[in-house]
Write a protein that binds this ligand. Structure first.
Ligand SMILES: *[C@@H]1O[C@H](CO)[C@@H](O)[C@H](O)[C@H]1NC(C)=O
Length: 149
């Protein structure tokens, strides 16, 4: 563990808000480019998501297009099979993004990811897309998580 990661863990243990950039895979973002993904709290990776808790998601991206709308589509990929993962707010324009989206601008997409108690305690890959007016991805990211009781 490097010094920075150690410091972050220490701050998290001390109860500070700890948002660590999450390692992600860009799964094709033709209408934009992802700069950073934060899950809060996520002290170690893959992020451990406790059942019954809600997690803050903050994706910083750069848009390559103009768009009136932005719609989030989330899947949980289990053994290679994408399963729709419902989130409370699908409208990106109500998740920290001021719409219409302008070309060549940075945006922070900020939303909550509640982890239901009935979810199984497994490892999976979360695939999170934000689609523009033409259903093209402003961003598409994948990151592993572990659901724990
Ligand atoms: C989202 O992340 C960006 C970049 O780190 C930060 O500037 C912004 O304050 C964050 N927004 C929220 C609501 O946490």
């Amino acid at each position: 563990m490097d010094v920075r990661a150690g410091l972050v863990v220490l701050l998290c243990v001390m109860g500070f808000t700890c948002a660590v950039p999450v390692k992600f895979i860009d799964c094709g973002s033709p209408s934009g480019k992802v700069a950073m993904v934060d899950i809060n709290p996520c002290a170690s990776q893959p992020c451990q998501l406790h059942k019954g808790q809600s997690y803050g998601v903050n994706v910083t991206f750069h848009s390559a297009v103009e768009s009136q709308t932005s719609t989030a589509v989330v899947h949980g990929v289990i053994a290679g099979v994408p399963i729709p993962f419902p989130i409370p707010m699908e409208d990106g324009c109500k998740s920290g993004i001021q719409c219409p989206i302008q070309k060549q601008q940075y945006y922070h997409y900020v939303t909550a990811l509640p982890v239901k108690t009935e979810y199984p305690a497994i490892k999976l890959v979360v695939e999170w897309e934000l689609r523009d007016d033409n259903k093209q991805d402003l961003f598409c990211i994948k990151f592993p998580v572990q659901i724990v009781s």
